[in-house]
Write a protein of this length. Structure first.
Length: 226
């Protein structure tokens, strides 16, 4: 009954007859708080936030409890891999710890979620290094704010480990990603390692995160040495 009333209020047309009239004080405080938090998530607007909130109210109580547990455990159980800076619940992460992966190649990406774009091609079998950003002078992000030092450490010869032979720069093909790739190429090439940049299957100005697997595969295959 309460839910039905809330839904009716949430959907009622506004004075102007506009499609999406709402006032947050139309909602009961706990509901307004949830909608407010959901709206802060990427890609979630007022309408989606309301839909999710009402869905959770209607769903089995265990569903909402499971979601709450997953959210609470996310920050508690996730950390950065001490080798590649990927987000992980185990250290080293699943890629660094996997003996079947080719340790002679490291693919450098801006963000942890870029790894999934490359993994879904099912063609890349090397390791990763996550910079956690890109050089963006206008936002005050310089090389020192990125995880570059730990990349250099990985190029040191380690007894019992094959040396790193190639670094693939898979930063986004936008101005920040290109500036980062150019900086890293200048830094890495004198160290005697092959440095390559992913090909331009990915449209300039877009983010790797949104590349489909075929485009990402073409970009990897079409990489050129810098
Ligand atoms: Zn790792």
């Amino acid at each position: 009954m309460l839910i039905a009333t809330l839904e009716k209020k949430g959907n009622r047309p506004g004075r102007s007859g506009a499609a999406e009239p709402f006032r947050m004080d139309d909602f009961a405080a706990p509901l307004a708080q949830l909608i407010d938090e959901l709206k802060r998530l990427p890609g979630i607007g007022q309408k989606s936030a309301q839909r999710i909130a009402f869905h959770l109210l209607r769903a089995e109580p265990e569903r909402a409890a499971a979601l709450a547990r997953a959210l609470a455990g996310l920050r508690e159980n996730m950390r950065f891999c001490s080798v590649c800076n990927n987000l992980t619940d185990i250290d080293p992460c699943q890629f660094c710890a996997d003996p079947r992966r080719n340790r002679e190649v490291i693919c450098v990406v801006e963000e942890p979620n870029n790894i999934f774009s490359i993994e879904k091609t099912r063609e890349y079998n090397g390791l990763y290094h996550v910079l956690h950003g890109a050089i963006a002078p206008l936002q005050g992000v310089g090389p020192d704010q990125l995880r570059i030092h730990s990349l250099l450490l990985r190029l040191r010869e380690t007894p019992g480990q094959p040396p790193v032979r190639e670094i693939i720069l898979a930063t986004d093909p936008d101005s920040e990603g290109e500036a980062t790739a150019a900086y890293l190429a200048r830094l890495l090439k004198p160290l005697g390692v092959k440095v390559s940049r992913i090909g331009m299957g990915i449209p300039v100005g877009t983010e790797i995160e949104f590349a489909d697997e075929v485009t990402m595969l073409k970009a990897l295959e079409g990489r050129r040495e810098l």
